[in-house]
Design a protein around this ligand. Structure first.
Ligand code: GLP
Length: 241
């Protein structure tokens, strides 16, 4: 059963998770963070950037992004390579060489998942994994139907996810159809999970993830299997709990 913390605002959520990360890094300067993209984790990154501005040193921290699109160049502004660089690496002054994003380039895509798993293992595993959740209950890009044992691999995005993410592109037709994502099994290996969700649009996914049955139809329900999972939500996202 995940621990649920209801906060008054996204900023409060950001501050709470940033504090947990600061504690982790104080004890272990080269901690391994699991990084999520999307709007949800932005308050965490902003709160951390504020701490970095007043002296928190994250330069030895290592990072692994959850996922990447397949079918757009890494230089595309909405590739997760670009997003992680813009929203995480630069503001938090991380060492770019220590931050990894799955390789979604067509050449070698069939081995990219295995290479990513090896890199996570070589780093000693993820200490704290930040997660958002899709309106359809996906985490990373593990769409409904994903196996709880899955590892990093290519997944096809659902229509719902492509529509949700169309806001980052000129039109829904420009949203890639495929992605490469850490699997649910990969995510569950992290030593700590922190799932954040804000707004009424996430209320159903949050309730299903936290209180619903364990089911591949709601990939986020996999967090119930984790011994140290925390869910940080605002009142709206908590409204169906
Ligand atoms: C995206 C990402 C997920 C993210 C989710 C929610 O598709 N692949 O990692 O958690 O959708 O996005 P947002 O936080 O913008 O609502």
């Amino acid at each position: 059963m995940a621990e649920v913390i209801v906060v008054g605002s996204r900023e409060a959520a950001g501050a709470l998770v940033a504090e947990a990360i600061e504690r982790l890094v104080t004890g272990r300067p080269d901690a391994v963070l699991g990084l999520a993209t999307g709007d949800t984790p932005l308050p965490v990154y902003r709160a951390l950037a504020e701490r970095v501005a007043v002296g928190l040193d994250l330069s030895a921290v290592r990072g692994f992004a959850l996922d990447e699109y397949v079918g757009i160049p890494v230089t595309h502004p909405e590739s997760y390579h670009s997003v992680i660089d813009r929203e995480v690496v630069r503001p938090l002054r991380l060492n770019p060489a220590s931050v990894h994003v799955p390789d979604g380039r067509p050449l070698g895509i069939e081995t990219a998942g295995e290479r990513y798993e090896d890199a996570i293992l070589a780093a000693g595993g993820v200490d704290l994994q930040i997660l958002g959740v899709g309106t359809d209950g996906h985490i990373g890009f593990n769409e409904p139907g994903s196996s709880f044992a899955s590892l990093t691999r290519v997944k096809t995005l659902t229509k719902q996810t492509r529509e949700d993410n169309a806001r980052f592109f000129d039109s829904v037709d420009d949203v890639p159809i495929h992605s490469i994502t850490q699997g649910l099994g990969t995510i569950l290996r992290a030593r700590r999970l922190v799932l954040l969700a804000f707004g009424a649009a996430k209320a159903h996914a949050v309730a299903a993830a936290v209180e619903g049955p364990l089911t591949a139809s709601v990939p986020a329900s996999a967090i119930q299997l984790h011994p140290r999972a925390t869910v940080v939500v605002d009142e709206e996202a908590a409204s169906m709990l």
